[in-house]
Design a protein around this ligand. Structure first.
Ligand SMILES: Cc1ncc(C[n+]2csc(CCOP(=O)(O)OP(=O)(O)O)c2C)c(N)n1
Length: 340
C-alpha cells in the first residue's frame, strides 16, 4: 500500500508545522492524561501510595517543550511534568515504574516518592521535593552551557506558588544578569495547594516579575496547545541565539486535587470546578484539530486505542518488575567510590 502523503493543513502551516506534528502533539496530550488517570485508579485501588497529577497542565507542557531538542537540551521538571517528560523522551513504562517504586525506575530506582521524575539518559534532571530549587539547577546548567558554548538550552517548570520562593528571584536575577540560555515556565493553575492566587501575590500575572530582572515575561493560555507551542519556540530560539532568558506564564487549570492526599471540594466551589473543565486543553485541541480537518473519527479512534494499549502495557509490565533490594537502600545517598 502506498504511504499516505504528509499533509500540511492551513492550521499546521500557520505554525510552521505539518499535520503529523499536530497529531504527535495531540497523542502526547492524550497519553499523558491517560497515564495520569491510570495512576489515580492504582492509588484508589491500593496499588500506588501517592499521586500528584498533571491533569489540566498537559497541553501547555507538550506545546512548550516540543521545541526543545531531546537528548541535547536539558529539562528540569517538577512533580506535574508528566507530559513534559514524555515529550522529552521518557516512556510510559518509565512513569509507571516510578509510580510502583520498582527497582528499574530511571527516576530514582524506586527511592523517591512518585512524581519525582528524572532520567540521566534523557538529560532530565532529578526532581527535588523543596519547590523552586529546580530553578537554580536549571540556571546552573544554562551557565555551564554558556561557558562551554554548547548551544544547549535548559528549560524548567514550576507552579505559581513556587514563584514566591527566594530561589525563584535569585535564579531569575542571575540568569538575567548573565543572559543565560534558560526558559522558566510557570504553570499557573491558580492555587498553591489550597491557597488561591489572590492570597499568594498582589499582581495578576507572575510573568510581570520578569521585567524586574531585565528579560521578557509572556502570558499564554495554557489550554491552547498551539499558542503554547509558539511561546515555547520563541523563548527557546531566543535562548539558543544567546539573547537570554524568558519567563513564560501558562495559565493552566488543575483538574484534580493538589495530590491524592488532598480534598479540593473543601476549598473550591462546584461551579468553579465545573467552569475549569472548559479550559482543559485536551477537548479544546481535539476540537481544533477536527475543525481543521486534521483529525477525523477514524484517526481519533486509532489514537485512543493505541494510547489505551500503551498504558495497559506500561501498567502490567511495571507492576511485574522487582522492588528495590533493601541491601541497596543507601545507594545514591552517599557518593560512591568511582571504581567499585
Ligand atoms: C520549600 C517548600 N515549601 C513547601 C513545600 C510543600 N509544598 C509542596 S507542593 C506545594 C504547593 C506549590 O504550589 P505551586 O508552586 O503553585 O504548584 P502547584 O502544586 O499548584 O502546581 C507546597 C507548599 C515544598 N515542597 N517545598
Amino acid at each position: 500500500m502506498a504511504e499516505a502523503p504528509i499533509r500540511t493543513s492551513e492550521l499546521a502551516a500557520e505554525y510552521g508545522l505539518r499535520d503529523d506534528d499536530l497529531l504527535r502533539m495531540y497523542r502526547l496530550v492524550a497519553l499523558a492524561r491517560a497515564i495520569d488517570e491510570r495512576m489515580w485508579v492504582l492509588n484508589r485501588s491500593g496499588k500506588a501510595a501517592f499521586v500528584i497529577s498533571g491533569q489540566g497542565h498537559e497541553g501547555a507542557q507538550v506545546g512548550i517543550v516540543a521545541s526543545l531538542r531531546p537528548g541535547f537540551d536539558w529539562l528540569v521538571p517538577y512533580y506535574r511534568s508528566i507530559a513534559a517528560v514524555l515529550t522529552f523522551g521518557m516512556t510510559p513504562r518509565d512513569i509507571l515504574l516510578a509510580q510502583f517504586a520498582r527497582a528499574p525506575d530511571p527516576s530514582s530506582g524506586g527511592r523517591q516518592m512518585p512524581g519525582h521524575y528524572g532520567s540521566a539518559a534523557h538529560n532530565i534532571l532529578t526532581t527535588s521535593s523543596p519547590v523552586a530549587t529546580q530553578l537554580l539547577h536549571a540556571v546552573g546548567i544554562a551557565l555551564a552551557a554558556k561557558i562551554r558554548r554548547t548551544g544547549q538550552v535548559a528549560l524548567t517548570e514550576l507552579g505559581d506558588g513556587s514563584s514566591n520562593q527566594g530561589d525563584f528571584h535569585e535564579g531569575l536575577n542571575f540568569a538575567g544578569i548573565h543572559r543565560l540560555p534558560v526558559v522558566f515556565v510557570v504553570e499557573n493553575n491558580g492555587y498553591a495547594i489550597s491557597v488561591p492566587m489572590s492570597l499568594q501575590v498582589a499582581i495578576p500575572n507572575i510573568a510581570d516579575r520578569a521585567a524586574a530582572y531585565g528579560f521578557p515575561g509572556v502570558v499564554v493560555d495554557g489550554g491552547d496547545v498551539l499558542a503554547c507551542y509558539r511561546a515555547g519556540r520563541e523563548a527557546i530560539d531566543r535562548a539558543r541565539r544567546g539573547e537570554g532568558p524568558t519567563l513564560i506564564e501558562a495559565k493552566v487549570t488543575r483538574l484534580t486535587p493538589h495530590s491524592s492526599d488532598d480534598q479540593q471540594t473543601k476549598y473550591r466551589p462546584p461551579e468553579e470546578l465545573e467552569a475549569e473543565r472548559r479550559r482543559d486543553a485536551l477537548p479544546r485541541f481535539r476540537q481544533q484539530l477536527r475543525d481543521a480537518g486534521v483529525l477525523d473519527e477514524a484517526r481519533e479512534a486509532a489514537i485512543a486505542a493505541e494510547v489505551k494499549a500503551t498504558v495497559d502495557d506500561a501498567t502490567d509490565w511495571a507492576e511485574r518488575q522487582p522492588e528495590p533490594d533493601p541491601a541497596t537502600a543507601l545507594r545514591h545517598v552517599y557518593a560512591a567510590p568511582e571504581a567499585e
